[in-house]
Design a protein around this ligand. Structure first.
Ligand SMILES: Cc1cc2nc3c(=O)[nH]c(=O)nc-3n(C[C@H](O)[C@H](O)[C@H](O)COP(=O)(O)O)c2cc1C
Length: 387
């Protein structure tokens, strides 16, 4: 068993163990991937202020996200096809999150269905829905999430149309993979992944296949999704989805203060400053750069979270210090899952937690809730360099 000390170690293992098609699916952004890259590199520009001789006993990284007690201010982001990164991936990630005391969000585009995940965990998880133009499907899936006991609905508002990721097109991404010669040659080097996949029946989009008439294979599914993303989305339709749910709502994918104002006015319990991990509008600024402006505009009215580029506990610290009540992580937990299954997700959470706790202590803070701008050094022009 290799010694894992950081998220990058998990990423290296992940790359070795998972078929190229699914590694590329996660490890890519849209078009030039500028936003995908800057989500991470912008974190590195922010520095921490070291303090000394501060009593660091009795520290706590615990806080609340949308009224839910969490071990640290980190939730697992919705990630489509998680069950292709490792067999039964959504169930494994949900179990790891539950044991660690952080929320898990199940994507609509998951491999394991809502009911299946619910049957394998004890506490409620969150469910993510896309803004589709099919009220009947929306109502049915929302009813299924309610019946499964989901405790919050994450509405992703930045995917009315799909950003192009070149590698997915070149690889012919599908679930399960189409057996072309290059795919078969690559699969031949991924034995443990293949054996585990053969051992599960969960290999299709569990929330959709069997629940939508006429969708039975990858080709009919992609035709269905392309047709269903709501190009005519507006604020009234978002409100309608919120009303259908009637419980806690998190709006994910907000990048402008004006949009954040609208989202807060609708009564969202939290807003996630997010550019979908750089997978949608390439050329958008990184989430960490947009966070302070949005937090300043609406931080008093609702909870502000962020995601995009978080690969360490220090990144979590920086986001919280810049005004996020919590963050979501996508790729960081996927690397762990692909590398080592449930144990790998736990490892990713442990790594991030330890880094957060130690960095907090060295910054002279004993509670994550007391982090603020005073803990950071921010280069001139970082926050107002773009007009
Ligand atoms: C492989 C992959 C699949 C994703 N699928 C979804 C999805 O189904 N629904 C959604 O709202 N966001 C999805 N996202 C975006 C994540 O929820 C999150 O915003 C993003 O991963 C954060 O960036 P990070 O990966 O750098 O942490 C996906 C991201 C990745 C990397």
């Amino acid at each position: 068993m290799p010694v894992i000390t950081c998220i990058d170690d998990l990423k290296r293992l992940y790359r070795r163990r998972v078929p190229r098609m699914f590694y590329d699916y996660a490890e890519s952004g849209s078009w030039t991937e500028q936003t995908f890259r800057e989500n991470s590199t912008d974190f590195a520009q922010i520095r921490l202020r070291q303090r000394i001789a501060v009593d660091m006993t009795g520290r706590s990284t615990a806080t609340e996200m949308a009224g839910q007690r969490v071990t640290m201010p980190v939730a697992l982001a919705p990630v489509g096809l998680t069950g292709m990164q490792n067999a039964d991936g959504e169930i494994k990630a949900a179990r790891a999150a539950e044991k660690f005391g952080v929320p898990f969000t199940l994507s609509t585009m998951s491999i394991c269905s809502i009911e299946d995940v619910a049957a394998h965990v004890e506490k409620p998880f969150w469910f993510q829905i896309y803004t589709l133009n099919d009220d009947d499907f929306n109502r049915r899936i929302i009813d299924r999430a309610k019946a499964a006991g989901c405790s919050a609905l994450v509405i992703t508002v930045d995917l009315q149309i799909l950003g192009q990721r070149h590698r997915d097109l070149k690889n012919g991404l599908s679930a399960p993979p189409k057996l072309t010669i290059p795919t078969m040659l690559n699969l031949a080097t991924k034995w443990s992944w293949g054996l585990e996949m053969l051992g599960t029946r969960r290999r299709f989009f569990g929330n959709i296949v069997g629940h939508v008439e006429g969708v039975s294979d990858p080709a009919s599914l992609s035709a269905w999704t392309a047709e269903k993303f709501d190009h005519a989305l507006n604020w009234d339709k978002i409100r309608k989805l919120m009303d259908m749910w009637g419980g806690k709502v998190i709006l994910k994918g907000v990048m402008e203060p004006e949009d954040a104002e609208r989202a807060a006015a609708l009564g969202a319990d939290a807003i996630v400053v997010s550019n979908h991990g750089g997978r949608q509008l390439d050329g958008a600024l990184s989430s960490i750069r947009m966070l302070p402006e949005i937090a300043a505009a609406v931080g008093g009215k609702t909870e502000i979270w962020m995601d995009g580029g978080i690969r360490s506990g220090q990144d979590v610290l920086k986001a919280v210090a810049l005004g996020a009540k919590g963050v979501m992580i996508g790729r960081a937990f996927v690397y762990g899952l692909g590398a080592m299954g449930e144990a790998g997700v736990t490892k990713a959470l442990q790594v991030i937690h330890k880094e957060l706790d130690t960095s907090m202590a060295l910054c002279g803070e004993t509670a994550v809730t007391r982090l603020g701008r005073h803990n950071l050094m921010i280069p001139k022009g970082f926050l107002d360099g773009f007009a």
